[in-house]
Design a protein around this ligand. Structure first.
Ligand code: SAH
Length: 255
């Protein structure tokens, strides 16, 4: 099997910690351009920095070989362990809603393949990304290292309560659906910091929510109906494998 290192050999590295894919230089250029023009710019992704970031990340290197041909379709794809790589539109929409600026410190909860973390790094952020599944965390870490993403740190942990010892963050992106906005994440935002998190049922009725921390409190906005895998952990859902319940109080849980 082709290793990520081998498959990444056509991707040009830069010395600033981002990969710097040269658009148009690989066999997926046509599909990637279609994704950019139709699925992103053709909808409401208008931020030129976000569009440029998605154009630079080689999504075909974040899925296995059997899915590489669908890598630029606007859909989630399986990455093993019952999880998925997020749909490009949702990754772009989230990045746009987070208003990430170069130099921002960003926390991502739910590394999965590492794709969204790569997009955030291409926006110039320093990214800490937490993944609860040890196998996915390890694969993502090797892949991101092989691609030269030196500004991304992958942590294997329950990220539902954030990463208090590394806080505060300018932006926090949650890639799995929580029963309610995890308060520990709000507490880890700088004043002016943005949190984007899917909130709702374990498998349905979810909305992407943006919370902005202001000097006085928070501003909360419902952005978009979405479908994410569940956030499993202390400020999320119980693990369906072990049935263990972490949180004493939970809203939105089916009776
Ligand atoms: N952003 C990813 C998609 C992630 S899918 C990508 O671009 O590929 C959601 C991921 O969240 C899954 O890998 C799942 O294992 C992880 N996850 C769920 N609950 C978590 C938690 N409490 N802490 C960290 N990761 C979690």
């Amino acid at each position: 099997m082709d290793s990520p290192v081998h498959r990444a050999s056509s991707v040009q590295r830069r010395d600033d910690g981002v990969v710097g894919q040269e658009p148009g230089r690989d066999g997926h250029a046509g599909a990637r351009r279609h994704m950019m023009e139709v699925d992103l710019a053709g909808r409401d992704i208008a931020d030129p920095q976000v569009l440029a970031a998605l154009e630079r990340v080689p999504r075909h290197l974040f899925v296995d070989d059997t899915h590489a041909g669908q890598a630029y379709d606007d859909r989630a794809l399986p990455i093993g362990r019952g999880q998925t790589i997020s749909q490009p539109y949702i990754v772009a929409f989230t990045a746009q809603a987070l208003s990430v600026a170069p130099g921002d410190r960003v926390l991502e909860v739910g590394t999965g393949s590492g794709y969204a973390a790569a997009v955030l790094a291409e926006l110039g952020a320093t990214v800490i990304t937490a993944e609860r599944d040890p196998s996915l965390a390890s694969t993502a870490r090797s892949r991101l290292d092989a691609l030269g993403y030196s500004r991304i740190e992958v942590i294997q942990a329950d990220g539902s309560c954030g990463c208090p010892d590394r806080a505060p963050f300018d932006a926090i992106s949650v890639a799995a659906a929580a029963p309610s906005v995890p308060e520990p994440l709000v507490a880890q935002l700088q004043v002016g910091g943005r949190l984007v998190v899917p909130v709702g049922g374990r498998r349905s009725d979810q909305h992407l929510v943006r919370v902005v921390r202001t000097g006085e409190g928070t501003e909360v906005e419902n952005l978009l109906p979405v479908a994410f895998v569940p956030l499993v952990g202390r400020a999320g859902w119980p693990d369906s494998q072990t049935g263990s319940r972490w949180s004493p109080r939970r809203r939105n849980e089916p009776q």
